[in-house]
Design a protein around this ligand. Structure first.
Ligand SMILES: Cc1cc2nc3c(=O)[nH]c(=O)nc-3n(C[C@H](O)[C@H](O)[C@H](O)COP(=O)(O)OP(=O)(O)OC[C@H]3O[C@@H](n4cnc5c(N)ncnc54)[C@H](O)[C@@H]3O)c2cc1C
Length: 472
């Protein structure tokens, strides 16, 4: 069947596809009944890294990947492109996994970040990687030490990811005024996410992975060996790897571990002179200290990208149209100006889009074998931090698909589904209440008020902001 292009409402993916031109039309869908060694569902970072890693381990392995739209359609092209490690989540990890295992995950995430950079360099993927760091900036005087507990907790282990910066230095270097100081992680950076995921797709194909696009998995048979159905065929495999991100919430085994919420991003028109003059052209990836975090970064083309969580909310894990187009929350002028104007005034979106976030209650991903179906593997729950960590997930998935679980057996993120979120309708109502409380809390503290007790109680129910405040 002849494949055609559809339009994708996402700035990064459209830019990446425009550069590819017509040389890469969608890969043909799966037709008929087939079998392979490893079948991967999902053509984002998780699925593609898994495929590439499997081929690196065994070049003759028959690896097939199916994707319901085109590779990169999901979060892997819609994100803000923050390339981060996971040290900011160390306090949560230490509470859950203990010190040694938390440090091991932190080090693995550090390595994953380096591997993304070196893999792109070795394989000609120009993902516009700019290692200008990640800046955590305080929007209130009392937030100016928010990173200290993290810095102190890591110091005994000679891990020092953050360096403090004064408000003056931040304003002088990047034109970000209105902050009360910050801390920077110099190893982090930002990139063009669409170009990264499309580059991974190219490399996977070059290494012999068979990709079927426009091929949704419509049914998963949890037998041994497992099998999946698609509209025009079936695929049987020794192992099936699910790299389906927030859509994993549609599986009964994983549903109670994920709350799927929306996140909106926007880019301004190109304004290279303003960015050069202010210094923002060379700015790090920026997040603030709010519960409902603001994101702000420059693009290689002289635009500003800004983003914010808190758009749509999925009922029972079902994501609909709202998750692609719900940008009202971000674009609401009054709110945007109140929240971002003191930091970078006058941002106007030229292009906005949104996407789902696969939130876990603890804000950490989880990898493993589906309960009752050990030949089916999953990696999900990235909670807004997947650009670097998905590399780690791909390595874990590949090892487990080849029954080499050994090195990952004690890895903190390899864990059964937590099942720690309530069923519907309690979850939907609960997440709405918590989210409203997070906004109220942000509004109150930025207006110099103490949030009322109910708001404080609700915000303590979930890990929010950059570090987990529920640990304090
Ligand atoms: C708006 C937004 C901003 C973000 N910002 C950042 C950031 O700056 N830094 C960061 O580290 N992380 C960020 N993230 C998170 C990051 O993008 C994700 O963690 C990461 O892309 C997950 O990759 P993935 O491959 O697991 O998922 P995806 O890229 O979503 O891939 C999953 C794929 O599975 C496919 N699929 C689903 N169901 C089926 C099915 N039944 N059959 C076949 N295919 C199926 C989907 O079409 C999709 O392409 C952000 C996410 C969003 C949405």
């Amino acid at each position: 069947m002849a494949q055609t292009r559809t339009r994708f409402a996402n700035y990064w993916l459209e830019q990446a596809l425009a550069e590819e031109g017509d040389s890469t039309l969608p890969a043909p869908p799966l037709e008929g009944d087939a079998s392979c060694d490893v079948a991967i569902v999902g053509g984002g970072y998780t699925g593609l890294w898994t495929a590439i890693e499997l081929k690196a381990r065994d070049p003759v392995l028959d690896v097939r990947l199916i994707e319901k739209h085109i590779c990169g359609w999901g979060a892997s092209s819609r994100n803000a492109g923050y390339l981060l490690n996971m040290w900011a989540k160390y306090p949560t990890m230490r509470r859950l996994f203990g010190t040694e295992r938390a440090l091991a995950v932190g080090r693995a995430a550090d390595a994953a970040l380096e591997e993304v950079v070196s893999f792109c360099a070795r394989n000609g993927i120009d993902a516009e990687i700019a290692r200008r760091g990640w800046l955590w900036g305080a929007t209130l005087p009392q937030s100016a030490a928010e990173w200290r507990p993290l810095v102190d907790a890591l110091e005994p282990y000679q891990v020092a990811p953050l360096r403090e910066l004064s408000a003056e230095e931040i304003a002088d270097r990047w034109g970000l005024t209105g902050l009360h100081g910050g801390a920077i992680d110099d190893k982090a950076g930002h990139l063009q996410p669409g170009k990264l995921v499309r580059g991974l797709r190219r490399v996977a194909i070059e290494r012999g992975v068979t990709i079927h696009e426009n091929t949704p998995m419509t049914r998963l048979h949890r037998a041994s060996p497992p099998r999946l159905e698609t509209p025009r065929g079936t695929l049987r495999a020794k192992r099936i790897v699910l790299g389906i991100y927030a859509w994993a919430a549609q599986l009964p085994e994983l549903r109670r571990s994920l709350a799927v919420t929306g996140y909106a991003n926007a880019v301004t028109a190109a304004m290279p002179e303003r960015l050069e003059k202010s210094g923002f052209a060379d700015a790090p990836a920026f997040n603030d200290t709010r519960n409902m975090i603001n994101s702000l970064r420059p693009t290689a083309g002289g635009r500003v990208m800004f983003g914010k969580p808190g758009t749509a909310l999925a009922w029972a894990g079902n994501t609909g149209e709202a998750f692609e187009h719900d940008t009202a929350w971000l674009l609401d002028g009054q709110r945007r100006h109140r929240e971002l104007d003191p930091i970078m005034p006058g941002l106007e979106a030229a292009y906005a889009w949104s996407g789902p976030i696969d939130r876990t209650r603890d804000g950490l991903p989880f990898f493993g074998r589906l309960p009752g179906a050990p030949d089916i593997l999953y990696a999900t729950g990235f909670s807004g931090d997947g650009v670097g960590p998905c590399r780690m997930a791909g390595k874990a998935m590949a090892a487990m698909a080849m029954d080499e679980d050994g090195a990952w057996a004690d890895f903190g993120l390899v864990r059964p589904p937590m099942q720690d979120l309530p069923p519907e309708p309690v979850r939907w109502i609960g997440v709405r209440m918590v989210r409203a409380a997070l906004r109220r809390s942000d509004d109150a503290v930025h207006a110099g008020r103490r949030p009322e007790p109910l708001t404080r109680g609700l915000t303590g129910l979930i890990s929010v902001g950059i570090a987990s405040r529920s640990d304090e």
